[in-house]
Design a protein around this ligand. Structure first.
Ligand code: MN
Ligand code: MN
Length: 299
């Protein structure tokens, strides 16, 4: 297989889907479904607000950290954990609108001690590594060993926990499978490999917990991904579940974006997303997959 126009377009849709999910979900982050219902009815417009009082169309740490990874790869054309860590430092110093505590701790550890990669920690099972998987998935598509190494290197800069590792790898696998043209059953197979090893991720009896714990986050993503039929329906369902809505939105957005493709992302959402962000994610999506083994290895 070599790189096709469809692969490129799906790669761009993955990165754009992430940003749209982030922008849409930021409005309902930390709210309960009932609070969302009484304030918004059904929340389905990129309208900003939320606890961060975000401007409409702007994004949060989920997209910003993903772009920090993308920029590190694209600046040199090769993978460098250190360059990513340096970009995280620059991002943190720019006083981002939001930053998770585990992320802050990881970046601080690198800044003060020069340590690349946090030691294993029982409290690091947040979703902060999974939310920024899009650039890694695009850059490594076509080489499983490279995918695994890069995924764990980016994850461990802040999060080092077996559930975070497994969930983050699974998100990346799903994005890659979708780019390569997987159907719903093949996408579901990716979740089966995860739940076989870590049964806590099972989502057939979804309870509605959409917290920042990686298990809750991915159960929410999987539930809405497999119980809806379009990109729009999936994203609306997920952000109306509240909780860590910008991050569940970002993760569902990257998988559903790659799966349903660019044309399935509603035009009014594309338009409402901040122009600069839309430009950056679309350009990065294309450039990253052009650097991937799928594009560069000899046929
Ligand atoms: Mn966020
Ligand atoms: Mn979040």
């Amino acid at each position: 297989m070599s790189l096709s126009a469809d692969h490129i377009s799906r790669a761009q849709a993955a990165f754009l889907g992430l940003a749209i999910g982030d922008a849409l979900g930021a409005t309902t982050e930390f709210m309960t479904p009932n609070e969302i219902k009484s304030r918004h009815g059904v929340h389905k417009a990129i309208c900003g607000g939320g606890w961060l009082n975000l401007k409409a169309g702007f994004v949060t740490d989920d997209t910003e950290m993903s772009l920090a990874i993308a920029d590190a790869i694209l600046a040199s054309g090769v993978w460098s954990q250190k360059e990513i860590a340096d970009n995280f430092v620059t991002w943190m110093k720019s006083k981002p609108i939001d930053i998770g505590s585990t992320v802050r701790k990881g970046i601080r550890t690198y800044m003060t001690k020069g340590i690349l990669g946090m030691p294993r920690n029982d409290w690091d099972a947040g979703n902060g590594a999974a939310m920024r998987m899009a650039p890694v998935a695009l850059y490594t598509v076509g080489d499983e060993a490279l995918f695994r190494r890069c995924t764990l290197e980016q994850a461990h800069l802040t999060h080092n926990h077996p559930l975070s590792d497994a969930g983050t790898l699974c998100v990346g696998e799903m994005v890659q499978a979708a780019i390569l043209g997987a159907d719903r059953f093949q996408l579901h197979e990716c979740t089966r490999r995860l739940t076989d090893e870590f049964p806590n991720f099972k989502f057939h009896n979804y309870k509605g917990n959409a917290s920042g714990y990686i298990v809750d986050t991915l159960q929410t993503v999987f539930h809405y991904l497999f119980s809806t039929a379009t990109f729009e329906e999936c994203l609306i369902g997920i952000v109306n579940q509240g909780g860590d809505a910008d991050t569940t939105g970002a993760i569902a957005g990257m998988i559903a974006g790659a799966f349903y493709g660019m044309d399935a992302i509603p035009k009014h959402w594309k338009k409402k997303l901040n122009k600069q962000v839309r430009h950056e994610v679309t350009v990065a999506g294309e450039r990253l997959i052009h650097l991937s083994p799928l594009a560069t290895r000899p046929q």
